[in-house]
Design a protein around this ligand. Structure first.
Ligand code: ADP
Ligand code: ZN
Length: 427
């Protein structure tokens, strides 16, 4: 449980009252909508077509009048048609890892890089990272925003950066021992790979205190496994290429009662994915984000595809005032429908990890035969765990009967980036 001893990167900004945040957001919303239309005809045209007079735009109360945008707008304007600054002021770019197949390019000005670093640095402090703490950054350094985002933030937070990048797990573990690494920053499924290799090597990492993990849905069961085996506190960091990368949106604090979203930089809406009407706080819907402070490409009403809900707008035990959302349960387009039952891969993971002896690597094979989906779930487990037990448990938890195939640990393919959980096959 967190207390007033919590440390902040930017205490004033992180503890601004909700009332003040609301009025700040309103001002910034008006500013950013004008800015986008004045600096890029694409936005001017978009709003004109929707019949919105930007001169009359009064902020939060008028926001729903603006059309939403999605990855389709990025595709349509590839590579940088939505950019709002002269090209010679761009200092860096990142591109989505392609897990949904659409090229999304995010350009950054110097100010955008500073904004990213600030958001990330707040997350590191929130996870207990103090100046000089060794941090191993394990996502790849490249177009994927994970490696560099974690790097920019770590520099701002004055951590001791060990930029290992992805892969070579044995070396990662040796370096963590040699340099007394305190923080691991990685894609969540990589944590399970580290555990697997540590077990094989028969080593422990007693100096490791914290894991800053993200990029994929993080179930409570997975967090509990990592916490128990590594003896560390596990944080769930959230962000995406379109909002400016990892950590831009926020992370949970040591209270672990939801993800704080940096409201001085982002305005959130949660909409019903079908009707696009707002849902009340507490109800699950699609998260729609407006970037209030970015220069090169500020997304306005971006439909993230991510499903979550607003948990609370009350001041948190950690002292922060920024609202908290639930861990992302899945993406709108990840939802699987089998025999009339809707479910998300994260529900399969949660169910599997409730079974003793089952390992965290799994794959959902969707077999489509004449338009009908059948589902087979491949799991890795210790000898003695039978397919029958797995099938029975999944039936109880998911409400239908997938086939469960049990494989020896280490059989399924491992990925260095985001894990591939769903494989579609046509028969
Ligand atoms: P791509 O879209 O190619 O996967 P991104 O890095 O932009 O590349 O991915 C952003 C997406 O990753 C988010 O929209 C979300 O679906 C997922 N994601 C990122 N962080 C988390 C997290 N902490 N929990 C769940 N999903 C996450
Ligand atoms: Zn908190």
């Amino acid at each position: 449980m967190s207390t007033e001893t919590d440390i902040y990167f930017n205490q004033a900004a992180e503890t601004t009252s909700q009332d003040e945040l609301k009025s700040l957001q309103n001002e910034k919303l008006i500013r950013i909508v004008r800015y986008a239309t004045e600096n890029n005809p694409y936005f001017a045209e978009l709003y004109k077509k929707a019949g919105v007079d930007v001169g009359d735009f009064r902020g939060i109360e008028d926001l729903a009048k603006l059309p939403t945008i999605s990855k389709a707008n990025f595709r349509e304007t590839y590579p940088m048609g939505m950019c709002c600054v002269p090209k010679n002021t761009i200092r860096e770019m990142h591109m989505s890892s392609g897990s949904t197949g659409t090229p999304v390019v995010m350009p950054y000005t110097q100010a955008d890089l500073a904004q990213w670093a600030e958001c990330m640095a707040r997350c590191y402090r929130m996870a207990g990272g103090e100046p000089g703490d060794p941090i191993q950054i394990m996502p790849s350094f490249g177009l994927f925003n994970g490696g560099f985002g974690m790097y920019h933030g770590a520099r701002a937070a004055e951590l001791f950066v060990i930029p290992t990048g992805s892969g070579n797990t044995e070396r990662q573990i040796r370096l963590a021992r040699d340099f007394n690494t305190k923080i691991f920053a990685a894609v969540i499924s990589y944590a399970t790979r580290i555990i697997e290799v540590m077990d094989k090597m028969g080593v422990e990492l007693p100096n490791l205190k914290t894991g800053v993990f993200g990029a994929e849905a993080v179930t409570d069961a997975m967090k509990a496994k990592i916490r128990a085996r590594l003896g560390i506190d596990v944080f769930n960091i959230y962000g995406m290429t379109e909002t400016g990368g990892v950590g831009t949106l926020g992370m949970d604090c040591r209270d672990h009662s939801g993800i704080h979203v940096w409201e001085d930089h982002y305005y959130l809406e949660v909409l019903d994915p079908t009707t696009r009407e707002p849902v009340p706080d507490g109800e699950i819907g699609e998260l729609v984000v407006t970037a209030l402070t970015r220069e090169a490409l500020p997304v306005i009403r971006f439909r993230t595809g991510d499903l979550t809900r607003i948990l609370t707008r009350e001041r948190c035990a950690c002292g922060r005032t920024h609202l908290k959302i639930d861990a992302i349960s899945g993406r709108v387009d990840d939802m699987l429908i089998v025999k009339g039952v809707n479910f998300f891969p994260s529900q399969v993971e949660q169910a599997l990890l409730e079974l003793p002896g089952v390992h965290p690597d799994y794959q959902i094979i969707l077999e489509e035969r004449d338009g009908v989906n059948d589902v087979r779930i491949l799991v890795e487990a210790e000898p003695g765990v039978s397919g029958f037990v797995v099938e029975k448990h999944l039936k109880e938890r998911l409400g239908f009967s997938p086939k469960g195939d049990v494989l020896p640990p280490g059989t399924l393919p491992r990925s260095e980036g985001k894990a591939v959980r769903v494989v579609r096959k046509k028969i």
